[in-house]
Design a protein around this ligand. Structure first.
Ligand SMILES: Cc1cc2nc3c(=O)[nH]c(=O)nc-3n(C[C@H](O)[C@H](O)[C@H](O)COP(=O)(O)OP(=O)(O)OC[C@H]3O[C@@H](n4cnc5c(N)ncnc54)[C@H](O)[C@@H]3O)c2cc1C
Length: 549
């Protein structure tokens, strides 16, 4: 066994949450912090280039590369799951959409009995993390580390989407993260100056690396939390082929993400006792909800041939020039993403929040680099992902074995309730209706997906089952709650033991209706205050339209 170094806090996982914690906790020079990250440093150029994100999803240098078990409602297909295994975690490989989700999502958390988690309570934390280009306002911060840029507003495609939204009776919003999330509007991105990916590692961790009280160890896989009775005292980890231990004088903080945090809890003896014993692990605390309540957004495509497309930019010579412009002059088409519009819509008017997101873009999902005479372009395209925002279906993460290097067993059980399927089908129908509206319809050729032969409910359902995929927002396997079965309490302390918190997307009581990177960063900002004993900021004063019911 290698040395037993001592720290105040040990953070497991240098992802969206872990990097925020490492920064905020090491702000106090008297506090010694260790960050353990299983992946490598994030120096590679591809991790900085926004358009590379599609390749990063399968690049095993930066990825855990998980897979679901056969999904019964998706024709027993196994779905590939990308997760960042690199400093910055999934924020280093994600789609960079900056979206806080709907205020009602967080008001729901408060209604579950979780004091301090209403939208008014947490808005100051979103603002604290943010460097919004338009400066400080009721909804945005300008002094935080996280650089945000604003997406397409002037393209023909964006304008046509807004017009189609209006014509179908949906609201139009200037800012989904402002007073109105509902409706059609532009995307914001975690992309910083010069078109570089604003991963949480680059934005939060890098500025803190020179602090002498912060140590970051990459290539270090935490294998279990060490306990004395029921108090967490440290972490055992594997590094450079050896097993080592680090001791935590104050707390151990798990930020391994929605698949890995419950796995590590179970490897450490916190989980369903029978399941642990079945794998030869002595339970420290019988916690049946560890690994349960897994949720995620599932999506399906609706797409059309179109001349108004990003395809022209993918011609090899043009792409080469764009790459030079991006790398040396920090300008050109590669400094942003070609998402044309986002829409949060309600499939039924009585709903209290949108239940479908339309992620409307102008890039063929199968697009590739092309050049005349050598390789044909994939073809012009406009289309949308239709995303189910509030699934009822619940999945699980469980142990495959007691070996920390083995991947956990992941069952998402997507679309396992009829209501989820009905809502997604209705989303497909509404998307088709929107694309049939002028002036958008005038930009389109034939329907590529689902295809004109797919019209009846049964045909649409079969299309959904055979093609639906995940949108990479897993949450809730270490859910926060005020009930006895909750894995963590409202201060993210693991129930049944002391000295241990979980701080990442796994603690969300329910997956919020949008994208999960910004909410995860917010959770870590708030957790850092809790850990340091800093009084939370006063709740934001919100207009009556946004106040909790
Ligand atoms: C392909 C993809 C696209 C996405 N697109 C978007 C988007 O456009 N917008 C958005 O808002 N969200 C998006 N998301 C989701 C968002 O990035 C995540 O919700 C968020 O990053 C989760 O943060 P986290 O801290 O919970 O986990 P992660 O960021 O995944 O961090 C977990 C970290 O812990 C490390 N780790 C795990 N286990 C151990 C261990 N035992 N020992 C040491 N280290 C360990 C991991 O290597 C990783 O670095 C996307 C995600 C993916 C994968």
């Amino acid at each position: 066994m290698a040395t037993q170094d001592k720290y105040d806090f040990i953070i497991v996982g240098g992802g969206s949450a872990g990097c925020v914690l490492a920064n905020r906790l090491s702000e106090d020079p008297a506090t010694k912090v260790l960050l353990l990250e299983a992946g490598n440093p994030d120096r590679h150029l591809w991790l900085k280039l926004p358009l590379k994100f599609r390749d990063l999803m399968t690049d095993m240098r930066f990825n855990w590369g998980y897979e679901t078990e056969p999904e019964a409602a998706l024709d027993n297909r196994k779905l590939y799951i990308p997760r960042g295994k690199v400093l910055g975690g999934s924020s280093s490989i994600n789609g960079m959409l900056y979206c806080r989700c709907h205020p009602a999502d967080f008001d729901h958390w408060r209604q579950l009995g979780l004091a301090g988690w209403s939208y008014a309570d947490i808005l100051p934390y979103f603002k604290r993390s943010e460097a919004y280009p338009d400066g400080e306002s009721t909804y945005h911060g300008s002094e935080g580390p996280l650089k945000i840029s604003k997406g397409d507003r002037d393209t023909d495609a964006h304008k046509a989407y807004l017009a189609a939204g209006r014509a179908n009776g949906f609201p139009v919003t200037e800012d989904h993260n402002g007073v109105l999330q509902d409706g059609f509007g532009p995307a914001d991105y975690t992309i910083g100056a010069g078109g570089r990916r604003a991963s949480v590692s680059q934005m939060f961790l890098k500025p803190a690396l020179s602090r002498r009280n912060l140590k970051v160890l990459t290539g270090a896989l935490a294998s279990r939390v060490l306990f004395e009775d029921k108090h967490a005292i440290g972490v055992e980890y594997r590094h450079k082929g050896a097993v080592a231990q680090a001791m935590a004088g104050r707390e151990v903080l798990l930020s391994g993400g929605t698949y890995n945090s419950p796995q590590l809890l179970m490897l450490s003896g916190i989980g369903p006792a029978d399941h642990l014993k079945g794998h030869g692990i002595t339970p420290v605390h019988d916690a049946r909800d560890v690994g349960r309540h897994l949720q995620d957004h599932v999506h399906v495509g609706v797409g059309y041939e179109s001349k108004n497309s990003f395809d022209a930019e993918l011609r090899a010579d043009r792409l080469g020039i764009a790459a030079v412009n991006w790398l040396f002059f920090k300008r050109g088409p590669l400094t942003t993403l070609p998402v044309a519009c986002l829409a949060y819509i309600r499939t039924r008017p009585e709903l209290s929040a949108p239940d479908i997101e339309l992620l409307m873009n102008r890039v063929n999902p199968e697009a590739h680099v092309w050049f005349p005479g050598i390789r044909k372009p994939k073809g012009g395209y406009m289309g949308t992902r239709v995303v189910l925002l509030h699934p009822e279906s619940r999945g699980s993460v469980s142990l495959r074995s007691n070996n920390p290097a083995d991947k956990a067993v992941i069952r998402h059980n997507y679309l396992s309730t009829q209501k989820d399927l009905d809502t997604l089908r209705e989303g497909v129908k509404q998307a088709r209706q929107i694309y049939a509206t002028q002036p958008l319809a005038g930009m389109l050729g034939g329907e590529v997906w689902p295809g004109k032969n797919i019209q009846s409910d049964a045909e649409i359902d079969a299309y959904i089952r055979s093609t639906a995929s995940m949108i990479y927002h897993p949450t809730s396997t270490c859910r926060m709650g005020s009930d006895p079965d909750a894995v963590v309490d409202a201060e993210l302390r693991v129930n049944g033991v002391t000295g241990l918190r979980v701080i990442d997307a796994s603690v969300m009581p329910a997956v919020p209706g949008g994208h999960t990177n910004a909410p995860t960063i917010m959770i870590a900002e708030k957790a850092a205050d809790m850990i340091r004993g800093i009084k939370p900021p006063s709740p934001a004063e919100l207009p009556a339209s946004m106040a909790a019911e």
